[in-house]
Design a binder for this molecule. Structure first.
Ligand code: SAM
Ligand code: SF4
Length: 469
């Protein structure tokens, strides 16, 4: 959906005074009120800022148990057992910004700088395709080699052009610097899925303190980026906060304001929310000493509260977190995960190089092991890219998702892409665990989606690939 609208001043998107008032007025209000809010959340209509603030303040273990149980139920109602997989593809660590928490920051001499050539990008892509990946998140620092922004457009073309064995990358999401509207139009025309950009912190004073130079210093330019992307017709956008920079309660209320703003202006909110937590990074002291560390229990609360506040928005969990914590958050609301990641440009061909990586990983397992684990936990690992390729994005996706209709598409597509993985790439142990899971899921499915799934599965077993509904 493309709409041409007047630019909204950043100050009207994130209203700090309102956030502080809500936090103040809801302090100490839990007990019965928490239960009322959880009952409301079960209706799958989302939550207000006040509701979110009350849940964020709850600390009684009994109430937290109820919060987690409600999040599990909402996750199950909307997403079933699917978990979508992707891999990040770091193409460049050149950067003109000095974000004090990031290894790529311009002020650091501790890492090796490098922008991959198109041949190297193709080589990285081939490795990911040969592992079984179908989705990548293309990531770059905020300055490009000589050709400027065209470098990114060429990289996207390169990734989509790679064919290897029976596979290819079917959806590229990007996490790159904010753009002008006409650049966003070119990005959309290149065939991207989601444009992802994290505000890092919505708290202006903290933002100014940790972004000391470069274009990223401009809070307003960044917070209005999604408006420009949507004006340019990109209707799948992904937002996020880098947790650890400021009080997480403030940040999730600001996320909600950002979402409400996009919904009011464009009729649809973000497609995904990412919840990165600060991890140690070479040459970036701040990353090892987060000003507002988020404990594991609070991190689980964040995922659960977001699941209830915006039930139809995907939540992404990266390999920054450990396998155990990732497992716990699947149940609480996470719908997409990365696996087998490298955060140094060239890292798939040349292996992990901590001296040019962006941050330290918490989960080092290869894709095959993650898939087996996810399947053994009872989930369906999905490589589905159908919605975006059938134009079911933005409002169309939400219309389909809201009445629970999406299950009729997602479960069959999830199973058929999982089977593709098992037949083409899996180790014997993963294939066995996966086949068991597929049989168990089919046995429990309602008639209509099961018939669809049976048909797709039959096609994949017969040798067809990339079949979806
Ligand atoms: N340069 C672009 C930008 O800053 O938006 C995109 C790429 S940047 C490499 C992607 C994200 O990595 C940032 O938005 C930030 O949230 C995250 N990040 C940076 N340093 C990190 C750290 N030490 N630990 C965890 N995440 C980090
Ligand atoms: Fe550059 Fe992004 Fe890292 Fe900031 S977070 S230093 S903009 S790569």
């Amino acid at each position: 959906m493309t709409q041409h609208t007047a630019a909204t001043p950043a100050i009207d998107i994130i209203r700090e005074t309102q956030i502080e008032q809500v936090l103040q007025s809801t302090r100490g209000r839990d007990g019965a009120l928490v239960r009322e809010i959880l009952a409301k959340a079960r209706e799958l209509k989302g939550l207000s800022m006040e509701d979110v603030a009350v849940l964020a303040g709850a600390s009684d273990p009994q109430l937290l148990g109820e919060l987690f149980a409600t999040a599990r139920q909402v996750k199950q109602d909307i997403y079933g057992m699917r978990i979508v997989l992707f891999a990040p593809l770091y193409v460049s660590n050149l950067c003109g910004n000095n974000c004090l928490y990031c290894a790529f920051r311009s002020g650091s001499k501790a890492i090796k700088r490098r922008a991959l050539s198109q041949d190297e990008i193709a080589r990285e892509t081939r490795i990911l395709v040969d592992q079984g990946h179908k989705r990548v998140l293309l990531v770059a620092g905020e300055s490009y080699p000589n050709e400027g922004f065209d470098y990114i457009l060429k990289a996207i073309k390169t990734v989509y052009s790679v064919r290897s064995g029976r596979g290819e990358i079917r959806r590229i999401n990007v996490n790159i610097a904010p753009l002008e509207v006409d650049q966003f139009r070119r990005l959309k025309d290149s065939g991207i899925g989601t444009f992802q950009l994290f505000q890092e912190t919505y708290h202006r004073e903290t933002y100014a303190r940790v972004h000391t130079s470069g274009r990223k210093r401009d809070y307003d330019w960044r917070v209005t980026a999604m408006d420009r992307a949507m004006e340019a017709g990109i209707d799948d956008v992904g937002i996020g906060v880098l947790f650890g920079l400021f009080d997480w309660r403030f940040e999730i209320l600001a996320l909600l304001q950002h979402i409400q703003h996009l919904e009011a202006k464009f009729g649809v909110g973000p497609h995904t929310i990412s919840v990165p937590r600060l991890e140690p990074a070479t040459g970036a002291d701040l990353a090892s000493h987060p000003p507002h560390p988020v404990s594991d229990i609070d991190f689980r609360k964040i995922v659960a509260i977001l699941r209830l506040a915006v039930p139809y928005t995907g939540i992404i969990m990266s390999t920054r977190e450990t396998p155990n914590l990732r497992r716990e958050t699947f149940a609480l609301g996470v719908s997409q995960i990365s696996a087998g990641s490298r955060t140094n440009p060239g890292g798939y061909a040349e292996d992990e190089d901590i001296d040019s990586s962006q941050f330290c990983l918490g989960d080092h397992r290869p894709l095959d092991e993650v898939i087996r684990d996810v399947a053994e936990l009872g989930y369906i690992p999905s490589f589905c890219t159908a919605c975006y390729r059938l134009g079911r994005t933005g409002q169309d996706f939400m219309d389909l998702a809201k009445p629970g209709e999406i299950k009729h598409h997602c479960d069959p597509n999830g199973l058929s892409t999982f089977l593709e993985y098992l037949l083409d790439y899996a180790s014997p142990a993963t294939r066995e665990a996966g086949e068991r899971r597929i049989a168990a899921v089919l046995a429990e499915m309602d008639d209509r989606p099961r018939r669809t799934a049976d048909k797709l599965i039959e096609q994949v077993r017969a040798g067809q690939r990339d079949v979806f509904v």
